[in-house]
Ligand binder design. Structure first.
Ligand SMILES: [Ca+2]
Ligand SMILES: [Ca+2]
Length: 241
């Protein structure tokens, strides 16, 4: 690992999530983590980092996520989102099947969907997928697995998101395994040429519900290619404009 990446990773790993995030709706600090939804129906919580990410730089973020302890009776899931919605740090998508992400755009997100919505072509089992522009309907029925994973197992799951602008690849790990990957010109094809994006997590519940939260483990950005952008973000006192 390059020294810059390692240094920034160590620097940031020691920070708790509390001061670094703008929280919306039902989201609230919970120790070193941020609760997105309480275990109650029809809730929605969102937390955005106050520091934007610059998509011209490679970065990797790593979190623990918790999706609850109820399988059949649990819902709806969490998304990790990068966006440039005109509502900025106040952007909140719709709840329930939208997981707090529905209609946030332009954006790219990873969904950890724990509830089957037939109108979205969701499978019966929990699933992870890349989404764009606030839409979480799958174009085709998702192939059912005989023994699909259950993320609502009362455990923390390790989530890692990596972006590399050199080859325009997104790589998503869950519990040490690659669960989805994609290749897209995010800056131009999604964000209309603007490389500076807001990032964070969204989650919601519906009629069914679960406690859902995340905890920062590591954030590493290679600032060599754009030395000013990260320094400016680090000193930000509040949401960047
Ligand atoms: Ca769903
Ligand atoms: Ca489940």
């Amino acid at each position: 690992m390059p020294r810059t990446l390692l240094t920034l990773g160590l620097l940031l790993a020691g920070l708790t999530g509390r001061a670094q995030y703008v929280t919306l709706l039902d989201a609230a600090p919970m120790g070193d983590c941020i609760r997105l939804t309480p275990d109650e129906p029809y809730r929605e919580g969102i937390a955005y980092s106050t520091a934007r990410l610059d998509l011209r730089n490679p970065f990797e973020v790593e979190f623990d996520i918790y999706l609850g302890d109820k399988d059949d009776l649990g819902a709806d899931g969490i998304t990790f989102v990068l966006h440039n919605d005109p509502r900025g740090f106040a952007a909140a998508g719709f709840f329930g099947e939208g997981m707090g992400y529905g209609n946030i755009a332009p954006s790219v997100a990873v969904e950890f969907d724990t509830y089957q919505n037939y109108t979205r072509n969701d499978p019966a089992h929990d699933h992870v997928a890349l989404l764009v522009n606030g839409a979480n309907a799958h174009p085709d029925p998702w192939p059912e697995q005989a023994a699909g994973p259950n993320l609502e197992d009362d455990r923390l799951h390790s989530f890692r998101f990596r972006w590399n602008p050199a080859d325009q690849r997104i790589l998503v790990h869950l519990d040490g395994r690659v669960v989805c990957e994609g290749k897209k010109d995010l800056i131009n094809a999604v964000f209309d040429g603007n490389p500076s994006v807001i990032w964070g997590f969204t989650a919601s519940t519906g009629r069914k519900h679960n406690l859902q939260y995340f905890c920062l483990k590591r954030l590493a950005i290679n600032s060599n290619s754009a030395p000013n952008s990260f320094a400016a973000d680090k000193s930000a006192q509040g949401p960047a404009k």
